[in-house]
Design a protein around this ligand. Structure first.
Ligand SMILES: Cc1cc2nc3c(=O)[nH]c(=O)nc-3n(C[C@H](O)[C@H](O)[C@H](O)COP(=O)(O)O)c2cc1C
Length: 155
């Protein structure tokens, strides 16, 4: 199965998780870049507000075509129980090209359900599988078992 990992990260955690998944799958990986300034306290506040209002944002053009892949595995941080605007925008712009999808999410806490529900709503179809990872366990590098279980259910 030809897989593509696509992720957005503000502070590196979702990137680390995405890279770990791509190492296991030996697949391509693409980072989505949001052109909005999300740095610092003001950026943090703006990010939370934009996510909660379910806003789109401007992202740089993706380099890889999701239509070339059997499955696109997309990752986002949890922002107030919702996906980051960059991933919302990527899904909206590309969903007609997806064959199958799966989602992963990183969060400070351990609540992922609402974010996954929203991702499914944006895409309009259920994902093959979802993987929620706490920031702490990603930082520790303690996620191999969860990644293996996640991948095992992708068809
Ligand atoms: C604006 C904002 C809102 C957040 N809201 C939540 C939240 O509601 N629940 C939670 O568990 N973590 C929340 N977090 C923490 C992030 O989900 C967590 O740190 C994530 O792993 C960061 O991923 P990144 O390093 O890839 O950006 C929030 C972080 C930001 C910046």
């Amino acid at each position: 199965m030809k897989s593509l990992i696509v992720f957005y990260t503000r502070s590196g955690t979702t990137k680390k998780a995405g890279e770990a998944i791509s190492r296991v799958l030996e697949c391509n990986i693409e980072e989505i870049v949001d052109t909005a300034n999300r740095k610092g306290l003001f950026g943090w506040l703006r990010s939370g507000r934009d996510a909660m209002r379910k806003r789109m944002t401007t992202i740089l053009p993706a380099k890889l075509n999701p239509a070339d892949y059997d499955i696109v595995i997309m990752g986002t941080p949890n922002w107030g129980g919702l996906p980051a605007p960059a991933i919302r925008t990527y899904i909206e712009q590309n969903k007609s090209k997806f064959k199958k999808v799966a989602f992963f999410c990183t969060a400070g806490g351990s609540s992922f359900e609402k974010t996954f529900k929203e991702l499914e709503l944006i895409y309009g179809k259920p994902p093959q599988n979802v993987l929620g990872l706490r920031q702490e366990e990603v930082k520790r590098g303690d996620i191999t078992e969860k990644i293996n279980q996640f991948i095992a259910k992708l068809s």
